[in-house]
Design a protein around this ligand. Structure first.
Ligand SMILES: C[S@@+](CC[C@H](N)C(=O)[O-])C[C@H]1O[C@@H](n2cnc3c(N)ncnc32)[C@H](O)[C@@H]1O
Length: 295
């Protein structure tokens, strides 16, 4: 394992379980965002996301979930993601150890590959959990969204003694609509499972404060750390694949070079045929894979 650091931002290049166990102290982290491999057969550089059975996958996850719980502060929060089919294992395990405040659905649209024989999966689930259900951070004012009834339809609420307009903003519920990261978006990185900045922004704003420490044990493109840094949080990231470590070094620690290689944002193919470039099509193929998994 190797450690890289700049100011309040730390990156470990290594195995999440080992790093958590050896390097992260008890009760030291305010917010953990965990987006592990989902056991759906994606290829993460040299890592193949497939365990021999669902039970084997769950057993592996339980180990790092326990480590995450250990490093979480008593008033800390953890968000856990996995595939729809694996989430029941997480839910049943975690609810014995933490309070699950919300079961969130991140929903998105796709007009690419579509299931024709069943209802294709168009969402990913998240658990929002805390150690202490009486004392935890939730900055509801920082994540308000437009309330359509009030803001768009301008309806009047006649239910009280005095009629008044509906609120124009509200705290979001547990179904979150955020577009997935597409090739043409500025935030795009070369990775098969990049999470959007908008999703992380809501999580980090809601469940941490400036100066808090945010941990992401499976960093991928380091979206969590990049957003957390932009919001004045400290970060700890772990990633096992060198190809993605380089994204973190550039995106979070602002390295310009790694072992003699110049680190750059993805060079996008601008040669467009039928409205889409080859690279864009390839990216859609890889990421759409998630839609048609029902094993
Ligand atoms: C679902 S992706 C995370 C995507 C990330 N949230 C983002 O927004 O880009 C999971 C990541 O975990 C990494 N990974 C797989 N096994 C790992 C391990 N044992 N320790 C650390 N990272 C691992 C993969 O290389 C992959 O980048």
């Amino acid at each position: 394992m190797k450690k890289y650091q700049k100011d309040d931002h730390l990156i470990y290049f290594g195995d999440a379980l080992g790093v958590l166990h050896e390097k992260i102290s008890d009760s030291s982290v305010d917010l953990i965002f965990v987006d592990p491999p989902y056991n759906i057969g994606k290829k993460f550089s040299n890592f193949k996301d497939r365990w021999p059975s669902d039970e084997d996958y769950a057993e592996w996850c339980y180990k790092w979930i326990d480590e995450c719980i250990r490093v979480l502060k008593p008033c800390g929060t953890m968000y856990l993601m996995t595939s729809t089919q694996a989430m029941p294992y997480f839910d049943l395990y975690v609810r014995k150890k933490l309070t699950i405040l919300s079961r969130i659905v991140w929903s998105y649209d796709s007009s690419g590959v579509q299931a024709k024989k069943y209802f294709g999966s168009m969402y990913e689930p998240l658990l929002h959990c805390v150690k202490n259900s009486k004392k935890y951070t939730f900055n509801h004012d920082d994540i308000k969204v437009e309330a359509k009834t009030g803001a768009k339809r301008k309806l009047i609420d006649y239910r009280g003694g005095v009629p008044k307009p509906y609120n124009t903003t509200k705290v979001p519920g547990n179904v979150w609509d955020f577009p997935r990261v597409r090739y043409r978006m500025d935030e795009y990185e070369e990775h098969p499972s990049q999470k959007p900045q908008s999703l992380l922004e809501r999580i980090i704003r809601a469940s941490s404060n400036e100066g808090d420490t945010v941990l992401d044990p499976f960093s991928g493109t380091f979206t969590a750390a990049a957003v957390a840094k932009s919001l004045g949080r400290k970060t700890i990231s772990i990633e096992s694949q060198e190809e993605y470590l380089k994204i973190g070094l550039r995106r979070v620690l602002e390295y310009e070079e790694y072992r003699g290689e110049v680190l750059r944002k993805p060079q996008k193919n601008t040669k467009i045929k039928n409205g889409r470039s080859k690279k864009e099509e390839r990216h859609e193929e890889i990421t759409e894979g998630l839609f048609n998994v029902n094993s």
